[in-house]
Design a protein around this ligand. Structure first.
Ligand code: GDP
Ligand code: MG
Length: 320
């Protein structure tokens, strides 16, 4: 449909969701869009790329931009995660700065300001996980906001929410809709993201690896699609997907494969269920493990997983 053919009452708004790792950015977006699109785990730094998740409320299209958590580190891959977060705010009409109520509040604002190295547009502070801090009404949040405005003057308002109890989630979506301006919808015909099914397939595989593998190993795992082929007409299988789980060290291969292949089988069968739910049909998923030492310093792999060089990236790459 041509943009000018859209309903005259259409409204649209782009909302960047920003904050430290693990504050609940992806959970909040999933709760709004009503599906587990953005991957959520108990481990920090699950989200690695910025991407759009779209939800439409009446005639208002809300484009949420999920972003990796801003994180202090001089590692190349972290510089690229942070760059994704910074770019996620480009063009946003509202920036939600998520602050975990269960963590020290002032420090979260100063860390945000330190890492978000550019001017920030209209900002709303969203205090998350209120269900974990039932005494939150007694916390000096107004004082914290006044102090935060000294370093982030564009703060306009704040809200306390929980994705577990849905506290104030309706208020937040209502406030977002009220701020949307008249304009065309950019996503039509049921599209819910600017990333394709191939991207979400790698995310869902990585999500299960994060859930099932212990400790630090998930951070040394990446997923690459080797082949994504649609099934032929009449074939009950609608996609044949072959993907590799990339690990850093040879000793990690055995852990990911597991005893008699049990681990990779479990990762595969859980990921397959999520991918099938997303694409609405049967898929064939073939997973294998590849050892690529120091893949997180390898420009090719980083670009392949959607992390181009950051402004602060090292210009010269030493071969290991
Ligand atoms: N109790 C509680 N836990 C939450 C809430 N929101 C997120 N979490 C948990 O916090 C962890 C990190 O969430 P996630 O959405 O991945 O955070 P992100 O890294 O900021 O995207 C997960 O274990 C979530 O289940 C909430 O409102 N209440
Ligand atoms: Mg996330």
């Amino acid at each position: 449909m041509l943009l000018e053919d859209q309903h005259p009452d259409n409204k649209s708004i782009m909302v960047a969701v920003l904050g430290a790792p693990n504050v609940g950015k992806s959970s909040m977006i999933n709760s709004f869009i009503g599906m587990d699109l953005s991957i959520v785990t108990q481990k920090p730094q699950t989200t690695r790329n910025k991407f759009h998740c779209v939800c439409t409320v009446d005639r208002t299209e809300i484009v949420f931009v999920d972003t990796p958590g801003l994180h202090k580190s001089s590692n190349e891959i972290n510089k690229r995660y942070n760059q994704q977060a910074l770019e996620g705010a480009d063009g946003a009409d509202v920036n939600l700065i998520l602050i975990d109520l269960g963590q020290e509040i002032k420090g979260q604002f100063s860390e945000f300001r330190e890492l978000f190295k550019k001017p920030i547009g209209p900002a709303w502070v969203i205090f998350t996980k209120s269900d974990l801090i039932p005494e939150w009404p007694t916390l000096p949040l107004e004082v914290a906001i006044e102090q935060a405005k000294e370093i982030i003057p564009s703060i306009e308002k704040h809200l306390v929410v929980s994705t577990k109890t849905e506290e104030n989630m309706n208020e937040l979506i209502g406030a977002i809709c009220d701020s949307a301006e008249a304009g065309p919808h950019f996503y039509e015909g049921g599209e819910i993201s600017n990333k394709n099914q191939r991207f979400f397939a790698t995310e869902f595989i990585r999500e299960q690896a994060f859930n099932l593998l212990n400790d630090e190993l998930p951070y040394e795992v990446a997923v690459l699609i080797e082949e994504y082929k649609d099934g032929r007409k009449g074939d009950p299988v609608i996609a044949y997907i072959s993907a590799s789980i990339i690990v850093n060290r040879p000793s990690q291969r055995g852990i990911v494969v597991g005893s008699k292949g049990s681990m990779i089988k479990e990762i595969g069968s859980r990921a397959r269920m999520k991918i099938e739910a997303m694409i609405g049909g049967q898929i064939h998923l073939n997973l294998h493990v590849k050892v690529m030492p120091k893949w997180f310093k390898n420009n090719f792999v980083l670009e392949e997983i959607g992390l181009p060089r950051a402004n602060t990236s090292a210009r010269v790459w030493k071969k290991k």
